[in-house]
Design a protein around this ligand. Structure first.
Ligand SMILES: [Zn+2]
Length: 265
């Protein structure tokens, strides 16, 4: 009798252990699914927001020249040149610099160029929290709106540093680039000029900085030659909305082919 009780006790313990192991296994299987669902739920919302600028009437051969990190002491010379050649461009300005030189930003806006946000203090998204990034973007937009009366729609992440989750969490229209002139790396007029001419193709978004004298000289040399080749030099919003294409939030646009529309990757 005593022996039978012992056996039954042992059997119960074994059965309980088996049941616990099974529950643990099920929990371990469920956890990754819950995590994936959490990530996806944070990714979905802004993908549904679309911007429709409307038909921009831009030709089949167009390029967007973009200038980051200004305004600077060289920006006005660039604006003079753009006015001379009747070329339009996009300026992704740093809020703290715009605050110190509002008249340059206002002139660029009044001249018909697009003013985009490059954050208030050139914050690196990879080293910042979401709250810090959102505050920095908002502060940059506030400065631009104060100067131009118009809130910027487009954002370029400093260094191009923005990850997939941030792209989805930040309610912004992102503009990257198809071509870097590497003017931050090699401050030589000839080198920058050759980079522009070599990489010029329909739909290109060319990255430069209006903080360098060599860049201004190189681009003002390139502009009449590009126009000679039949390129229309336009703003990023005009390029991305060619053929009435709609632009989605949270997508890092890099170029816009006439026949394919905006290209993200
Ligand atoms: Zn920058």
């Amino acid at each position: 009798m005593r022996r039978t009780e012992l056996c039954s006790d042992l059997y119960m313990k074994k059965a309980n252990k088996k049941r616990m192991n099974k529950i643990l296994e099920e929990i371990l299987i469920i956890i990754p699914f819950v995590l994936v669902l959490c990530i996806l739920s944070r990714c979905i919302p802004n993908g549904t927001v679309r911007l429709n600028i409307g038909e921009s009437g831009i030709s089949e051969k167009a390029i967007a020249l973009t200038f980051d990190d200004g305004p600077s002491g060289y920006t006005e010379e660039l604006l003079d040149g753009l006015a001379l050649y009747e070329a339009r461009a996009t300026f992704f300005v740093i809020g703290s610099k715009a605050e110190k030189n509002p008249e340059i930003v206002k002139r660029a806006y009044d001249d018909g160029h697009l003013i985009g946000n490059h954050t208030y203090s050139h914050i690196d998204f990879y080293k910042s929290t979401l709250t810090e990034i959102e505050e920095n973007i908002t502060k940059g937009s506030d400065v631009i709106e104060e100067i131009t009366g118009s809130r910027p729609l487009f954002l370029r992440a400093p260094y191009g540093n923005v990850n997939f989750i941030q792209l989805k969490q930040l309610d912004s229209f992102f503009v990257h680039w198809s071509t870097s002139t590497y003017d931050w790396f090699k401050e030589e007029e000839d080198y920058i000029y050759k980079r522009i001419m070599k990489e010029a193709k329909d739909g290109a978004i060319i990255l430069m900085h209006d903080t360098r004298e060599a860049t201004i000289k190189a681009v003002l040399r390139a502009i009449p030659e590009l126009q000679e080749q039949g390129y229309e030099l336009v703003r990023v919003d005009e390029l991305l909305s060619r053929n009435g294409a709609k632009i989605k939030m949270g997508v890092p646009y890099r170029s816009c082919k006439y026949d394919r529309g905006a290209v993200a990757f």
